[in-house]
Design a protein around this ligand. Structure first.
Ligand code: MGD
Ligand code: MGD
Ligand code: SF4
Ligand code: MO
Length: 762
């Protein structure tokens, strides 16, 4: 298959590799952060945005969802990658109509993702009409008119799909899903479908709430923190400060990962003098290097060891009181583990028995364990099993529902959790059904809509006429790039509400539109009044965010206003909700959220308190909202891979210089890689077996169900990675991931284990 304009260009840059550093952050992080911000905007704008970043009445960082501590340093309460995110967003460069006049869509598609991002902020609504080569500006009124007419002309509302990325505020997200459901569909796929959906599925089933149970304070009281399948040094950098504090208070930190990620080995806290001049703090006490998808057998081996040890002296290792009072399924679990061979478990995990014993020694003595994870667990065919298995481990130790212990799925986008809480979901919660019946007076659709993967399937089958995206970069973020692109091209109209130019704007339906919106850092004067929005962090705390810099164009609308204007033009009875009225004062949207979604009592009042408020979380208090009222032990399976002898297991990961599909640069400093993203991290033995040397150029190929997919031109980098495992960066390798390669139950693309073979490019 030839790469199409939907694929990132395959030309190689200039790869330089060096020793993998043994620490993260420190002075280099500070200087890199400042350099990036100053490159993107004038000094005054930079100072304004940085001084307000993550402060209690300031801008919530548009990077990840890691929570802010109660005490905020006035000097700077953000990390290097938060600064890069804000530089990318608050840049004063613009991708204005002149740019689109000068370059055709085809020309823009030849640029790499970094260059597209560097064009700057979108400034005007743009349309690509059927048969035309260039985007042209149009007025907002015209834009809403065209979209509304198209939506109204559909035979069935289910012919439209409404995607959401995770930066959208609670206010915009609530209005958006309300509009979509009143319009008549639950087709609300979101980035969460590709992210922590597996966590939600596993946690709801086992502990009765699809979110994590810990708060930041729990870290400071914990005895053990397990970090599995997560690279916080890059993706949640301020988590390192929390780990440092946990460690100072005596906690043992265990990293479980095929890669020994630099951030977890040693951390130089840039907020402390010793972090700037000293050697920093060693974080992970134990590093468990397992093979890709080795988690279920590894945790089973731990459980088996702990249960065996406890049998010598019952109660010395396990919390039988908790097990008896608060859980179900323990006997079935022990019976299952009795039948497992520890040697086989270790072999399947790729971990030695000594390592299992060493970790068990630590767990045996501890009563307060926190388990953190991210995409290394959630993006596997058996992702839900992965998470349920770590839950088993917490449950045998009674390590949930008490201070210093619990589950911590570390969320990605800065409001992905809030978006789901207020209603972005392809399933319709009962409280939303009631709200729509009571307030709007209609019966909303009840059948489950399309999630991300099912939306692509429907597009490919020609069943989607309109694709509307509230943020995100659908074509690059989803798997099976060419297939997704074909699906988008079959739509009559694709619309993107966006801040920055990206590849999805260049893979258009028969016609396409770009609607430029305000970002977090922009002052929002909707309705002539300064508005703030609210977001929920990874630990269920809801708080405010107010923009501080003047928008780069007076054409930008806020996301809530875009939804309100579209709803007013589209719905047959636009007065059922006072769309234009509620967006003149976002307090009114919050009042609606309070009426609809449980846990938001006195929303407007409580969110004005510094730091906001926590949403209710029964598991945090040891109450499990499952059908039995108890936490549930589970029996979990895992998949053996690779399939053929010459195949390798490929995981697709993030470099230090990207935020998902937004590419900040070509360096992955913490992995010693500079100047190139088209790289494949390989064990030197695997390379030697294939007569490959470092820097050789290869094509990567995947073969599923008789379909061959190829990603061209990747350079070999020798890396400390278990044999038969390789790593590439997302989104360049997404062309290799078949759409049907998904996690059971959550339907999340299994982008952390794709079977591939590699061929040298002569
Ligand atoms: N700077 C920056 N910050 C970000 C993002 C970004 O792109 N850039 N993205 C945001 C988003 S949306 C998300 S979801 C998060 C993602 O945060 P992460 O999940 O940390 O991101 P990945 O790079 O996908 O890293 C996955 C990690 O899991 C490991 N891993 C892979 N397979 C396995 C396995 O089978 N078992 C185990 N134990 N480990 C495995 C990999 O080696 C890697 O360390 O970060 C958020 N924050
Ligand atoms: N192979 C592979 N694929 C993956 C992953 C992986 O690990 N491996 N990770 C998956 C995960 S965890 C996720 S979360 C998804 C991410 O999927 P998405 O959320 O769809 O992708 P992003 O790259 O985060 O979206 C970036 C775009 O959002 C727009 N944007 C930024 N800020 C705003 C804003 O405030 N408002 C609006 N309206 N638009 C804004 C900009 O135009 C920018 O180009 O990708 C998934 N895809
Ligand atoms: S840890 Fe995440 S939220 Fe905090 S400053 Fe860094 S990127 Fe932003
Ligand atoms: Mo994510």
């Amino acid at each position: 298959m030839k790469p199409g304009p939907e694929d990132t260009p395959t030309t190689l840059n200039n790869l330089v590799t060096s020793e993998v550093p043994d620490s993260a952050a420190g002075l280099t992080a500070v200087t890199t952060a400042l350099r990036r911000v100053l490159r993107a905007m004038p000094a005054r704008r930079a100072a304004r945005v940085l001084f307000n970043l993550n402060q209690k009445d300031g801008v919530d960082c548009p990077g990840c969802a890691w929570p802010d501590p109660d005490h905020r340093s006035a000097l700077g309460e953000y990390c290097e990658n938060g600064a890069k995110a804000i530089a990318e967003e608050a840049t004063s460069s613009v991708a204005d109509p002149a740019l689109f006049r000068m370059h055709s869509v085809e020309e823009l598609a030849r640029l790499d993702d970094y260059t597209l991002g560097q064009m700057g902020r979108l400034t005007s609504p743009m349309i690509l009409r059927q048969g035309e080569t260039h985007y042209h500006p149009l007025s907002w009124d015209e834009a809403f008119g065209i979209i509304a007419e198209k939506l109204k002309s559909l035979e069935d509302p289910n012919e439209a799909v409404f995607y959401t990325s995770g930066r959208t505020s609670n206010e915009a997200a609530f209005l958006y899903q309300l509009f979509v459901r009143i319009f008549g569909t639950n087709n609300l796929p979101d980035c969460s479908n590709m992210c922590h959906e597996s966590s939600g599925a596993a946690l709801s089933e086992t502990v009765g709430i699809g979110k994590g149970s810990v708060t930041l304070e729990d870290f400071y009281e914990s005895e053990v923190v397990i970090v599995a399948g997560q690279n916080p040094g890059t993706n949640h950098p301020r988590m390192l400060s929390a780990l440092e504090k946990a460690k100072e208070n005596g906690a043992t930190i265990i990293s479980v990962n095929p890669l020994n990620e630099a951030g977890l080995s040693r951390f130089k806290n840039p907020q402390k003098a010793k972090g700037i001049i000293g050697r920093g703090t060693r974080l992970a006490d134990i590093y468990v290097q397992l093979r890709i998808n080795g988690d279920v057998p590894f945790v089973k081996a731990l459980l088996k060891t702990l249960i065996t040890r406890d049998r010598q002296d019952p109660g010395s290792v396990l919390d039988h009181d908790f097990i008896q009072k608060s859980t179900t399924g323990y006997e079935t679990l022990t019976k299952h583990l009795d039948e497992c061979s520890i040697d086989l478990l270790c072999e399947d995990a790729g971990v030695s028995l000594e390592t299992v014993e060493r970790v068990s020694d630590v767990l045996e003595k501890s009563e307060k364990i926190i388990c953190c994870w991210a995409m290394g667990l959630t993006q596997h065919v058996n992702a839900v099993d992965n998470i349920r298995e770590y839950v088993n481990l917490l449950l045998v130790k009674g390590s949930i529902g008490k201070p210093g212990a619990g589950t911590c799925p570390v969320r990605g986008h800065s409001n992905v959790q809030g978006d789901r809480t207020v209603g972005i979901w392809e399933k319709i919660p009962d409280h939303t059904v009631d709200f729509i019946r009571d307030v709007v007076g209609i019966d909303p659709p009840l059948e489950t809509g399309y999630d991300t993967v099912n939306a692509i399937r429907a597009m490919a089958d020609g069943n989607v006429r309109v694709f509307f995206a509230m943020g995100g970069n659908f074509v690059s973020a989803t798997p099976d790039t060419s297939n997704t692109a074909d699906g988008l091209r079959k739509c009559d109209l694709t619309v993107h509400v966006s801040t920055k130019l990206n590849r999805s704007h260049l893979v258009a339906g028969k016609s396409a539109m770009i609607l430029p919106c305000l970002a977090r850092s922009d002052v929002d004067m909707t309705g002539g009044k300064k508005q703030f929005v609210t977001v929920e962090n990874s630990m269920g705390r809801v708080h405010r965010s107010s923009g501080v810099v003047p928008p780069v164009s007076d054409q930008l609308l806020s996301e809530p206003e875009i939804v309100a204007r579209l709803a007013s033009r589209t719905l047959p009875d636009p007065k059922s909700v006072k769309w234009m009225d509620v967006v003149t004062d976002y307090d009114r949207i919050r009042d609606m959220i309070e009426k609809c979604v449980p846990g938001f009592d006195s929303y407007n009042e409580r969110v004005r308190e510094p730091g906001g408020f926590y949403l209710p979380n029964p598991a945090r208090e040891g109450r499990f909202d499952t059908s039995s009222g108890k936490a549930v032990f589970s029996i979990n399976s895992y998949h053996h891979a690779p399939g053929l002898s010459n195949e390798l297991m490929m995981m697709t990961i993030r470099s230090h210089d990207q935020f998902n599909t937004t590419i900040y640069g070509f360096d992955d400093r913490y992995r010693g890689i500079k100047g190139e993203r088209r790289v494949i991290l390989m064990n030197p033995e695997d390379a030697a077996e294939r007569s490959l040397s470092a820097r050789d150029v290869v094509d990567i190929e995947s073969n599923y169900d008789g379909v061959k997919r190829v990603a061209r031109n990747f350079q070999v980098v020798y890396y400390d990675i278990p044999q038969s495992c390789v790593a590439t960066y997302f989104p360049e390798a997404n062309v290799l991931i078949p759409l049907d390669h998904v996690a059971h139950t959550s339907n999340t693309p299994a982008s952390k284990l794709v079977r591939v073979s590699i061929n040298r490019v002569e």
